[in-house]
Design a protein around this ligand. Structure first.
Ligand SMILES: Nc1ncnc2c1ncn2[C@@H]1O[C@H](COP(=O)(O)OP(=O)(O)OP(=O)(O)O)[C@@H](O)[C@H]1O
Ligand SMILES: [Mg+2]
Length: 252
């Protein structure tokens, strides 16, 4: 059985069909990209998969459990973590506090997590360990607001990891990053996926990144799946080349 299954998902906004009969599956440990032009429905699919939007029809099955209609916080507890296309951190807190709050939420130890670190040294250690994983150890005492864009994205990944996901969903994890920051982030994601057996589903506009890291790629266009396969299959797919990749893949 697939680890994650999207079966016939349809989602409309008024008269607009944002998703039409979207189906694909992801196996455990896979790195899977969802690509497609602006407005293709990628973020909408993320929102359906994480319970923010109920689909009009179709279902999402995660690790054998139908999660369609399950509330977002329950889906997070079931093991699906996500980041948003728009940054979602607490700018007035330090880097460390951002992760600590996320961990408290995960452990449900406190309703008032601020300044409770001393009572929960294990959580502080856990926060530092996660910051180490994403390469932010040395910046843990800085205010999140002064981080570079790339470091803010790393912090978001750290916050997502605090919920101890088995599936991590990242909507444009390298958006707005410099080339160098993007490459570092991709390496980071690859390492996290490999070391923790974490399944990764992400959207991305940079085709170098998509083809560099993905094991499987699903291509959306106007809300429908036009291709689903390995990077080699996607590059060779005439429909994708025509509809989306244009001349970008002619060298291969
Ligand atoms: N909450 C909403 N209400 C109404 N229409 C929406 C809503 N969210 C998305 N849409 C529409 O659904 C379509 C798909 O949007 P979506 O954001 O999923 O695309 P996307 O593939 O993520 O695009 P991008 O690459 O620009 O992020 C678009 O036409 C968008 O305007
Ligand atoms: Mg989007």
């Amino acid at each position: 059985m697939a680890f994650l299954e999207i079966n016939g998902v349809v989602k409309s906004f008024g008269g607009l069909r944002a998703l039409q009969d979207v189906s694909f599956s992801v196996r455990q440990g896979e790195i899977r990209a969802i690509i497609g032009p602006n407005g293709a429905g990628k973020s909408t699919l993320f929102n359906v998969m994480t319970g923010l939007f109920p689909p009009d029809s179709g279902e999402v099955v995660f690790d054998g459990v139908r999660i369609t209609g399950v509330l977002p916080f329950r889906i997070i507890r079931m093991g699906i973590g996500r980041s948003f296309q728009i940054t979602n951190i607490f700018p007035r807190m330090t880097v460390f506090e951002n992760v600590q709050v996320a961990l408290f939420a995960h452990h449900r130890k406190s309703r008032n997590p601020f300044g409770m670190a001393r009572r929960y040294p294990s959580v502080a250690a856990e926060a530092l360990a996660i910051l180490g994983q994403v390469g932010l150890s040395e910046k843990h005492e800085l205010s999140a607001s002064i981080l570079s864009h790339g470091d803010q994205k790393r912090l978001e990944i750290a916050i997502s990891l605090a919920s101890r996901p088995r599936l991590l969903m990242l909507d444009e994890p390298t958006a707005g990053m410099s080339r160098f920051e993007s490459r570092e982030t991709v390496e980071l994601l690859r390492t996290i996926s490999r070391e923790q057996g974490l399944t990764l589903v992400f959207t991305e506009h940079d085709m170098d990144i998509v083809f560099g890291i993905s094991e499987k790629i699903v291509v959306l266009q106007q809300g429908g799946v036009i291709a689903d396969g390995t990077p080699a299959e996607i590059k060779a797919n005439p429909r994708v080349r025509k509809a989306y990749l244009g001349e970008e893949t002619t060298e291969s």
